[in-house]
Design a protein. Structure first.
Length: 536
């Protein structure tokens, strides 16, 4: 007996907890289950958000990952001399390791006797008298540790690295042991765009051991390519950042294991991440240039480098911004991770198969992006489960509806069981890099060339400003665009979903009456995104 249609709701965020089971099995003798399922995020339609390999707003839940929030510089980055002969320093972890090597105490470090900032003038000996001349070269590191968030096999939480190189963790398992010795120092000047192997090992309170990352195929990597159309003055340094370490192996206390193998990128790690003023093209084996597009998301973001000025007037009021502020487009690449094969010891082998889709080209010159650059992409097409005699015992197929470069999961067929999905208002979606977005990044239906800085009035006498333009206001009529409308279950029944905008009744404000200190002001309005109103 199976029950369908009982959809939980997250009362904190207003999101629906939709899950489609793919496969589940017990790991013999451990009392633990290994589960694979499809899950859905109903927060709203963000044009810049790329479709996952299982469709827009869907994600495949399996294994787990460690994802970090970078504070200032990445912890594991070592900076080398740049073309001007200056040293830019390095990240917190590399600095902590250097401090340990120099024998620095916590007291010295937090008394600012620690190489933590670039010095363009003066003798380093004047600032750090405990360093010998040979130690003064290149030891400038920052003091803010990154936050490492983890969620795997029912264990969740976060950790940061202490100055003594010991991880400090907050988790629902209070007895975790975290091994960070495998986090390699990154940005060897000769390494190109491929990071050095980086691994984190976590042991839970039961003694089970979990391995994350390692080879680059198991790492999600971000590359900042600079401003579109602007030739870099020099090769951009240190633009490679590891963002996530994916679970690759579980070793249980009884000797059983689960092995997760990810799709191989191959040896074609060219210098695609350096010196670009247009996005890298698809890999060319003849010239050994470019990248394998289907492994990457290509993102464009508005850069804040352009000057914002108000229009001058003879009164004390100034209207802004001057002319239309459209900014510049920054380019970013994200190398993704794709599960290829999962082996549950002496139980089953799960194989993931993908279909490559051609790049999308809009032939619209959007904000300096010729023909709205798109990349080839991979979508999960089927999952096959074989038992320990290598006989197929389960087969799942996935289908998609493509609108421009958005992929909507349309059906999942599990042997003789079929799930079908329908979505709201997918017939007229904007370009990924549209400027028609609200303050939260959700689509508000404004024209593609909408100015991102809304009109405002500045009162020079009072030192106050008011936003009078509606360019970035949310559009409640579009809060459900692209969101899941209906699920039809294998039994023939269905669930329907109805959404409404988020609302607020107060805003944080400051003005002359509060001496420009923040206070809560009574003001109602709609916020970006959507929350569930009801489901039937």
């Amino acid at each position: 007996m199976e029950r369908f249609g009982n959809i939980p709701v997250n009362l904190y965020s207003g999101g629906i907890d939709v899950s489609v089971p793919v496969y589940s099995t017990e790991v013999p003798g451990t009392g633990e289950n290994f589960n694979i399922s499809l899950a859905y995020n109903s927060s709203g339609f963000i044009p810049a958000k790329q479709s996952n390999y299982v469709g827009q707003d869907w994600f495949l839940s399996y294994g787990g990952a460690i994802t970090r929030t970078i504070k200032n510089l990445p912890d594991d980055v070592k900076h080398y001399e740049n073309t001007n002969g200056l040293f830019d320093g390095g990240g917190y972890l590399v600095g902590a390791r250097a401090a340990a090597g120099l024998g620095l105490t916590n007291q010295k470090i937090f008394d600012v006797q620690y190489p933590r900032a670039k010095l363009s003038n003066g003798s380093l000996q004047d600032y750090f008298p405990y360093l010998s001349p040979t130690q003064q070269i290149g030891y400038f590191y920052e003091l803010e540790p990154d936050k490492f968030n983890f969620n795997f096999m029912g264990i969740s939480g976060y950790f940061y690295i202490g100055i003594d190189l010991k991880p400090v963790a907050v988790s629902n398992d209070p007895n975790l042991k975290i091994d960070i010795t495998g986090i390699s120092t990154q940005n060897d000047p000769n390494a190109g765009c491929k990071p050095a192997s980086s691994e984190i090992i976590i042991t839970d309170g039961k003694g089970n051991k979990y391995y994350f990352g390692g080879d680059s195929d198991n790492l999600e990597i971000s590359y900042d390519l600079g401003i579109l159309g602007e030739t870099p003055l020099q090769t951009p340094a240190y633009n490679m950042k590891i963002m996530s370490w994916y679970l690759t192996k579980i070793e249980y206390m009884n000797g059983r294991n689960v092995i997760i193998e990810n799709k191989k990128y191959g040896p074609e790690w060219t210098n695609f991440c350096h010196g670009n003023y247009f996005p890298p093209q698809d890999y060319n084996s003849t010239s050994s240039t470019g990248l394998k597009q289907s492994f990457f998301d290509l993102n464009f973001y508005t850069s804040g480098k352009r000057e914002i000025r108000p229009d001058l007037s003879p009164s004390n009021y100034y209207n802004g911004p001057q002319n239309n502020f459209n900014g510049a487009m920054s380019m970013n690449l994200v190398k993704k991770v794709f599960p290829q094969k999962i082996t549950v010891d002496n139980v089953a082998t799960i194989i993931f198969n993908y279909t490559e889709f051609p790049a999308y080209t809009s032939y619209v010159d959007n904000h300096g992006t010729p023909y709205a650059y798109g990349y080839k992409s991979l979508r999960l097409s089927s999952v096959s489960v074989n038992n320990n005699q290598n006989k197929e015992i389960k087969s799942i197929s996935l289908s998609y509806n493509r609108v421009k470069d958005y992929f909507f999961l349309s059906s999942v067929v599990d042997s003789d069981k079929k799930y079908s999905f329908d979505y709201y208002k997918t017939s007229n979606l904007p370009e990924h890099n549209t400027f028609g977005i609200d303050f939260w990044g959700y689509w508000n239906g404004k024209p593609e060339n909408n100015q991102l800085i809304p009109n405002y009035v500045y009162n020079n006498s009072l030192g106050t400003s008011d936003i009078v333009g509606d360019q970035r206001n949310p559009n409640s009529e579009l809060c459900d665009v692209g969101l899941l409308k209906k699920i039809e279950y294998p039994t023939g029944g269905y669930s329907s979903f109805y959404y409404e905008p988020h609302i607020y009744s107060k805003t944080i404000w400051r003005d002359i009456n509060s001496n420009f200190l923040q206070y809560l002001r009574n003001q109602t309005g709609n916020a970006g995104g959507a929350r569930i109103k009801k489901n039937t």
